[in-house]
Design a protein around this ligand. Structure first.
Ligand code: HEC
Length: 436
């Protein structure tokens, strides 16, 4: 009991920190992938080069980076998706505030495997390079190791919510970090939860990255980026001036460190000298997630302004196409189950006549409208020839079978709503709020 209460208090405190940090407003940028209806919490690069992003809107979006196009929307989690990891076999792993973990392989509409075992939000994920296990960290203060058959065991315990997990280069141990500044290096082979080594810092560790040489980089809440060796001995501290760091990544060649935070924009640090190379000013704070491309030339960041930003690592300059800014539509009756489902549509579709600047057409007056007939929006050509009139039934069908099957040639990313009740709630709510 005491433990579960403690967990709730800690979780509430963290949520309060997050909300307080979310007040930053962003301007319209140039080089952003926009599609999320809420702040982005995690980004990951898939082995095929696609970028996955996820966040507060509970959707996971797969992007074709060069085209700046949302390629697929993956839906499973009920609430915020906090963590993403990729496996060498091409599968994507997601972890949510709903305490669930999902594994997505191939082109199926839903996750092939779902894992349940944590009793609090999943906050961190890592996969062994050889595919033999997944490590997860949770606000329930434990680190779990999952076997390919879906069974799990607790590998490490902390006294506070776990913020990060990484698997060591040789795959023999897991490093976990927690909100109380504790770090544990736990061997995979051991059956108990006794760490081989531990380190206690004075404040929260929010992010961890591992270098190819096996040292660890820690993004700390006191604004210091720390490097520690494979035995958790401190190597050096790099102090940044703007307060809490939330995330850290290291380039594949090990030469460049990228970090950022609540008030710290994307910052590139030369690892050899520990000196700042570039600080990429601009909107997007607070920053929650950073990832390098596989070739190390590009960097992607995600944060409170709902956009995934893309940068050239050599020059520190923003890159790439711009996608229409996310919807400004504020949903009043947010408790309606249909409005909940619409959270995943909201980034691309507005509900008012004025919402003409989004990736998709406004859904104002959608019921009774013929497909691809809204003046002023450039629809894909194949849609113009289709004989579909949008009604609650046809929109439900659209998301039962998926846009690709129902409207072949559409540029709306593939997504399905598999739960009939969720589809019914969505179309009933849409019919009400889109009435002219
Ligand atoms: C990442 C962006 C994106 C998301 C998310 C998205 N859509 Fe779309 N949607 C589009 C685009 C783009 C089009 C235009 C398709 C075309 O012209 O090829 C579209 C078209 C449509 C149409 C047809 C409109 C017309 O006038 O013919 C409907 C209906 C629709 N979307 C509903 C939804 C609903 C409901 C959701 C959430 C379950 C959703 N969309 C999620 C981008 C998106």
């Amino acid at each position: 009991m005491g433990r579960s209460l403690g967990h709730h208090i800690a979780a509430a405190a963290m949520a309060a920190t997050l909300i307080a940090a979310n007040n930053a407003r962003a301007e319209t940028p140039d080089a952003a992938l926009r599609g999320h209806g809420g702040p982005i919490r995690a980004v990951a690069i898939l082995p095929d080069g696609k970028l996955a992003s996820a966040g507060f809107d509970s959707a996971i979006i797969l992007w074709t980076i060069a085209e700046g196009r949302a390629h697929r929307v993956l839906r499973f989690h009920d609430t915020t998706v906090n963590a993403l990891a990729t496996r060498r076999d091409g599968c994507l792993i997601s972890g949510g505030e709903d305490a669930r973990i999902a594994i997505w392989c191939g082109a199926q509409a839903g996750p092939g495997v779902t894992l349940q075992g944590h009793s609090g939000p999943v906050s961190a994920l890592a996969a062994a390079a050889d595919g033999t296990f997944i490590a997860s960290g949770s606000w329930d203060r434990t680190v779990r190791l999952w076997s390919p058959d879906g069974t799990s065991r607790i590998a490490a315990e902390h006294a506070a919510p776990v913020t990060s997990v990484v698997v060591t280069v040789d795959g023999t141990a897991v490093l976990s970090a927690a909100y109380d500044g504790s770090l544990r290096l736990t061997p995979i082979a051991a059956s108990g939860t006794a760490p081989a080594r531990q380190l206690q810092l004075t404040g929260p560790v929010n992010g961890v990255a591992m270098t190819a040489e096996g040292t660890f980089l820690l993004a700390c809440a006191d604004g210091v980026l720390r490097e520690i060796d494979a035995s958790l001995r401190p190597l050096r501290d790099i102090a940044l001036p703007d307060g809490p760091l939330t995330t850290v990544a290291v380039s594949p060649d090990g030469r460049t460190i990228a970090t950022g935070g609540l008030r710290t924009p994307v910052t590139l640090i030369d690892r050899a000298s520990g000196k700042e190379k570039s600080r990429i000013l601009g909107p997007g704070l607070p920053l929650w997630a950073i990832a390098f491309s596989a070739d190390g030339r590009e960097l992607y960041s995600g944060g409170a302004d709902r956009a995934v930003r893309r940068f050239d690592v050599a020059t520190g300059q923003p890159l790439g196409p711009s996608i229409a800014p996310a919807s400004s539509t504020e949903i009043v009756d947010a408790k309606d189950p249909g409005a909940q489902v619409f959270r995943a549509c909201r980034a691309c579709h507005g509900l008012t006549v004025a919402d003409t600047h989004l990736a998709g057409p406004t859904l104002h007056g959608i019921m009774g409208r013929r497909i691809a007939s809204l003046p002023g929006y450039t629809f894909s050509n194949p849609l113009k020839a289709m004989d579909i009139v949008w009604t609650p039934e046809t929109i439900a069908k659209l998301f039962e079978v998926g846009p690709t099957a129902y409207t072949p040639g559409t540029k709306m990313p593939e997504q399905r709503i598999t739960d009939p009740e969720a589809r019914a709630a969505l179309v009933a709510w849409l019919a009400r709020v889109t009435k002219p």
